[in-house]
Design a protein around this ligand. Structure first.
Ligand SMILES: *Cc1c(COP(=O)(O)O)cnc(C)c1O
Length: 222
C-alpha cells in the first residue's frame, strides 16, 4: 500500500480526539513529503541531529514531536521549533528545556515519560516520581515549559494481556493526576503494534512509524 493509503488505514480506526503522529525516524525526506502531501502534519523523530536537519529542509508548518531519549546538552538544537517533547524523564532535562525555551522566547510543551514496561532498558519516571515532580517547587519555578500530559511505552511483547495491563495502569494514573491537574490533557501511548489497544485504554496521541512508512532498515529505538 502507499503511504497515503497507510495513513488513511490507520486514521480510519481512530476516534476524532486521537492525534496520529507519523514517526519518520530514519526515513528520507521524500517519504515524509508523501505523507505531508496526503495531509499529515504531525511527525515524530528520535534523534536530535536528524530532526534538526529535517526541520531545516522540510515545510515549516510541520509539527515536530520529539519522542526519543533526549540528552540535556542537545536540547538547544531543537528548542527553536519543537512542538512537543514526549520524553521528559528527569527534572534536570525539564530545567534545560525551560532554559532553552526562555532563550528562544517561547514556551515548550512537554510530556512526562512514565516507565510502564517490564524491561528496565526503557527510560521514564515511576508514578510516584511524576506526582512528586508536579508538586515540587522546582517544577513550579519553570515559566517556559508547560506540562501537557504523560507518555508511556508498553513492553515489547506479543502478550496482549501484559500490554493491556500496562496501558490501563497508565490510564488510571493519568485520570487520577488529571483530577488534580486539569491542564494534563494528553496521554501519548501506542505504536504500530499496539495502538488499537492503547486507544481502547484512553490514548490521545499514537506514535506510529512502520505501519505508515514500512519497516526500518536499522534499529531506531532509544
Ligand atoms: C520508533 C518509535 C515509535 C514508532 O514505532 P513503530 O513500531 O515503528 O510504530 C513510537 N514511539 C517511540 C518512542 C519510538 O521510538
Amino acid at each position: 500500500m502507499s503511504i497515503a493509503g497507510n495513513l488513511q488505514h490507520v486514521s480510519a480506526s481512530l476516534p476524532d480526539h486521537v492525534t496520529l503522529i507519523a514517526v519518520s525516524k530514519t526515513k528520507p525526506d521524500e517519504l515524509i513529503m508523501e505523507a505531508y502531501d496526503a495531509g499529515q502534519k504531525d511527525f515524530g523523530e528520535n534523534y536530535v541531529q536528524e530532526l534538526a536537519d529535517k526541520q531545516a529542509r522540510l515545510p515549516k508548518d510541520i509539527r515536530w514531536h520529539f519522542i526519543g531519549h533526549l540528552q540535556s546538552n542537545k536540547v538547544k538544537y531543537i528548542a527553536p521549533f519543537v512542538h512537543l517533547v514526549h520524553s521528559v524523564d528527569s527534572l534536570k532535562l525539564l530545567q534545560e528545556i525551560n532554559k532553552q525555551a526562555l532563550k528562544n522566547n517561547r514556551t515548550i510543551d512537554c510530556l512526562l515519560q512514565v516507565h510502564i514496561a517490564q524491561e528496565d532498558t526503557k527510560f521514564g519516571f515511576s508514578f510516584g516520581e511524576c506526582k512528586a515532580l508536579l508538586e515540587s517547587a522546582d517544577y513550579k519555578a519553570l515559566g517556559n515549559v508547560r506540562l501537557k500530559g504523560l507518555m508511556g511505552m508498553a513492553s515489547n511483547t506479543a502478550q496482549e494481556t501484559q500490554v493491556a495491563r500496562e496501558f490501563s495502569g497508565l490510564q488510571a494514573f493519568f485520570n487520577d493526576l488529571k483530577a488534580l491537574y486539569p491542564f494534563l490533557e494528553e496521554l501519548s501511548m501506542g505504536m504500530s503494534g499496539d495502538y488499537q489497544l492503547a486507544v481502547k485504554n484512553g490514548s490521545t496521541m499514537i506514535r506510529v512509524g512502520s505501519s505508515i512508512f514500512g519497516e526500518r532498515s536499522y534499529p531506531a529505538k532509544d
